[in-house]
Design a protein around this ligand. Sequence first.
Ligand code: NDP
Length: 449
Amino acid sequence: MSEIKDKDLAAFMKGVKRRNPGEPEFHQAVHEVAMDIIPYIRNDERIKKMQILERMTEPDRIISFRVIWEDDEGNIRVNRGYRVQQNNAIGPYKGGIRFHPTVTQSVLKFLAFEQVFKNSLTGLPLGGGKGGADFNPKGKSDREIMRFCQAFMTELSKYIGPNTDVPAGDIGVGGREVGYMFGQYKRLMDRFEGVLTGKGIEFGGSKIRPEATGYGVVYMMECMLGTKGDNLEGKRCAVSGSGNVATFCAEKLLELGAKVISLSDSGGTIYVEDGLTSENLQWVMDLKSKGGRMSECVDGFGAKYYEGNRPWALPCDLAFPCATQNEIEAADARALVKNGCIAISEGANMPSDPDAIEIIRESPVMHAPSKAANAGGVAVSGLEMSQNSLRMSWTREEVDAHLKNIITNIHTQCVDKGKADDGHVDYFKGANIAGFDKVANAMLAYGAL
Ligand code: NDP
């Protein structure tokens, strides 16, 4: 990362690093926000005096706990679980649960911090949080996953509630895991209430929730292209990942006439020059639901496969990073710009590293940050909470219309706060400032202590 020139920003980041040693992902997420917010609040004595940004970078609380479970061979296994309750100024803590061996406190703090801004942008009354465990679901049997989810919820249940903290899914946590956790919560509390989102339709889940993040990422792209009088028809789209966000992003792209030329997993990437068909995509979805690997697409439908989990060197018009953090680095960003990519909509959380962001910022490429582009997931989670409170269930069309509206509104906020005098829109700046304003105003209204 290049040297920080702004003195206030440098001093602020020095404090963040001192208070949070050994947490690089958290430092990165805070820096990405602070570089826009520090100049924005420079002359705002009230916000500075009340230490609003300092308070926003300090989680309300971090809960860390032991998770003990038994594997199929009867061995006792131990993992570490967390819930980071970052900020509840504008609503109950809300954010997903991640099960992946790379989960650390730093990763969850970065995700929880980002979540505060994202949830604010949705316009819904949602605070920010995130949780997870360093548990690796890969290769585990269904019974092992169930026992782990139950053990995790036995502890987590003490800290959450429909008006306190409402977790959802993330990497490694889909509908099955949410079902096991919700079942355990109900068993322990003897209450049927909207304490988790992403539930099955039969027990309070919202239509379109599984699809929402991926669809929203595409709606954001449509809005960005719309500012140039352009659309998705025939565009070559490089998509990374092959999980929940990536596959539903691909589904919506195909529906809207774009070409999906790639998907990937942590092992490698498939490249289909003429674009995947709907049948190919369905084949991938079935494969992934059974724990299959992208390499199997070679035999499945003749896709080209190469090792290396990034499609960013492929010639494309649009890019959709939908796998994980820091999957676009400087060289990837240079390749995207050089090959004529015109816009990037981020499905994964913080998929571009600081050097990549800088390179893209200096190019004409339109770049929607994750906190704006992937907010569709949490937005429909918010709608699931509303439906649970009302004891109602909206139709697919109703939820999709709400989702589209929310993303369009987020795009408008980014343009309002991120447009320069020459007309260029800095979507990162716009999202950071719009997300910050609402939370900061609520915190100011509550007073200092
Ligand atoms: P899934 O677990 O469904 O899929 C994750 C995908 O990313 C898999 O294809 C996985 O490959 C790949 N992946 C994971 N880690 C790596 C890595 N280190 N390198 C390369 N590929 C990797 O997760 P989701 O689709 O739910 O989440 C993807 C991203 O979207 C995450 O950043 C998540 O935080 C974000 N997100 C998700 C939301 C949701 O509603 N689910 C909401 C908002 C953001 P493999 O199978 O090989 O591990």
